[in-house]
Design a protein. Structure first.
Length: 180
């Protein structure tokens, strides 16, 4: 199953590298694929980012997005078994560009996430399906038209203590995005 999943992600990167158009050069909409891992868990997701709830002056280095994703998690239930969960998330994201060229950036996000069936960590099942996701990352946008970008991110999922147990889950993620 994991080999098929990796092949699917690789084909997405190859396919997205082939897609670039003049229309994408004027858009701030992003399609992305990400892969994350921590401890005994792996996750992969596809998502979109569209211009967000707050718009700053054009010369500002701050930008906001709405972020929505759908993913699959493989979490270790015990020494021999993994559980496959589906995750969907939506929420705001803020990004700060370090340069006027808008190539290097820092971003942060807070999402509402649903993970079903409930995920596992160290033989402990998450207490609820609804979760919160908070994270940050650093990235780089390629070429003058910024048609694609790559980022490294850290993200934490938890139900915020609304139920027990609440083992939470952390991921380090690699994300590739392209404009559409």
């Amino acid at each position: 199953m994991i080999k098929i999943y990796r092949l699917f992600l690789l084909s997405t990167f190859i396919f997205s590298a082939e897609i670039s158009s003049a229309a994408a050069a004027d858009s701030e909409n992003l399609f992305y694929a990400e892969y994350g891992q921590w401890d005994s868990a792996r996750e992969g997701a596809f998502g979109v980012q569209i211009p967000g709830p707050f718009q700053f002056a054009p010369e500002s280095r701050w930008v906001t997005f709405w972020d929505a994703e759908l993913g699959v998690w493989f979490t270790k239930k015990d020494s021999r078994n993994y559980v496959t969960s589906v995750e969907g998330a939506i929420g705001p994201m803020a990004r700060y560009y370090f340069t006027e060229r808008r190539d290097f950036y820092f971003e942060g996000l807070v999402n509402l996430s649903l993970v079903a069936p409930r995920f596992w960590r160290d033989s402990e099942q998450q207490g609820s399906v609804p979760n919160f996701a908070g994270g940050f990352g650093f990235g780089y946008r390629f070429n003058d038209a910024h048609l694609s970008e790559i980022s490294l991110r850290a993200e934490h999922f938890s139900d915020g203590g609304f139920s027990e147990p609440n083992p939470g889950r952390n991921f380090f993620q690699l994300r590739y995005a392209m404009r559409f």
